[in-house]
Design a protein around this ligand. Structure first.
Ligand SMILES: NC(=O)c1ccc[n+]([C@@H]2O[C@H](COP(=O)([O-])OP(=O)(O)OC[C@H]3O[C@@H](n4cnc5c(N)ncnc54)[C@H](OP(=O)(O)O)[C@@H]3O)[C@@H](O)[C@H]2O)c1
Length: 282
């Protein structure tokens, strides 16, 4: 067996991540591009997070992705973070830059590239965003430059939505909070152009049969974007499919955010045809 150089070790820190598609994505990119990187899963308990991040430096490995539930907490154990991470408050990529751990957020790139590749534009659109966690914040970071007409933020926990609105107030002045249980909710969805799910609702197993919206609120003019990627067609997207609306699975964003991380670790650009092939084969 070829030996693996430790500076070519990359991976994922998270909890209950056995089903992650990231090893498949990154090991595919490494092999197609002839780079000898290897991606491993590091399933850790919350009390181990600080030590696990220190270990990146001690063992001199190249870096890791960070996923649920550590994206926010990981920020405080890094030497440096970029502007996006400061604004979003969540990191999904750590790079060991000659002994200095630097945090990035490529979920923003993932959403950006996915929107571009699908021809989705947000200018002058009414956009509904479900969720107020790290993923929703990454979406908002992207949307701040898109001149949306109105943005409706709907989250189960109201005060979390209020905090997000406050944090983004200076860069997005048209965020409207709608309460999760409000009677207005379905009407707002009905009147919107683009609906984004940035909650785990619809995810296989526990949430599989749940959608953040009702089927009656969806019409064929709308665009439905789900950040959930397993299954490819969630309950929410199935409503759009039935109404012949445009639907986009989270798999696109997943691949593009992975490409962003891979490029940070390797300093190599991934070509579009490789990305297309990857999305088709996952
Ligand atoms: N495709 C991709 O590349 C990609 C990238 C990032 C994330 N994601 C997906 O996006 C989803 C959110 O991730 P995250 O990082 O933002 O997680 P997070 O920071 O933990 O936030 C979770 C959000 O979902 C809401 N939520 C959780 N359980 C809910 C329930 N039972 N009913 C209603 N709302 C619920 C939470 O609301 P409360 O505030 O009320 O708790 C919160 O707003 C996950 O499914 C993740 O896999 C996909």
């Amino acid at each position: 067996m070829n030996s693996i150089k430790r500076e070519k070790i990359i991976g994922l820190i998270g909890q209950n991540i056995q089903g992650s598609l990231s090893p498949q994505i990154h090991n595919y990119l490494a092999s197609v591009m002839g780079l000898k990187y290897h991606y491993f899963l590091f399933d850790i308990e919350p009390f181990e997070l600080k030590k696990a991040i220190e270990a990146i430096k001690i063992m001199d490995i190249k870096g890791v992705n960070v996923t649920i539930p550590y994206k926010s907490e990981a920020v405080k154990y890094l030497d440096e973070v970029d502007e996006r991470v400061k604004k979003i408050g969540a990191v999904n990529t750590i790079v060991n830059e000659n002994g200095k751990l630097v945090g990035y957020n490529t979920d923003v790139d993932g959403f950006d590239e996915m929107s571009y590749s699908k021809g989705i534009t947000f200018k002058d659109k009414k956009v509904v965003l479900f969720g107020a966690g790290g993923a929703a914040r990454a979406v908002l970071y992207y949307l701040k430059d898109q001149n949306v007409d109105q943005l409706y933020l709907i989250n189960r926990t109201l005060n979390k939505a209020e905090t997000v609105k406050k944090d983004f107030n200076k860069v997005i002045d048209n965020i409207n909070i709608i309460e999760w249980t409000s009677e207005k909710k379905e009407q707002v969805v009905k009147d919107s152009d683009i609906i984004i799910n940035a909650t785990p609702l619809g995810m296989e197993n526990e949430y599989q049969d749940i959608s953040p919206v009702k089927s009656e609120s969806i019409n064929e003019e709308q665009v439905l974007i789900d950040l959930v990627y397993k299954p490819r067609v969630t309950k929410f997207l199935s409503f759009g499919q039935k109404k012949k609306a445009k639907i986009v699975s989270g798999i696109e964003m997943l691949v593009y955010q992975a490409v962003g991380s891979f490029e940070l670790w390797t300093n190599q650009e991934v070509e579009y045809h490789v990305i297309d092939e990857l999305i088709k084969n996952l």
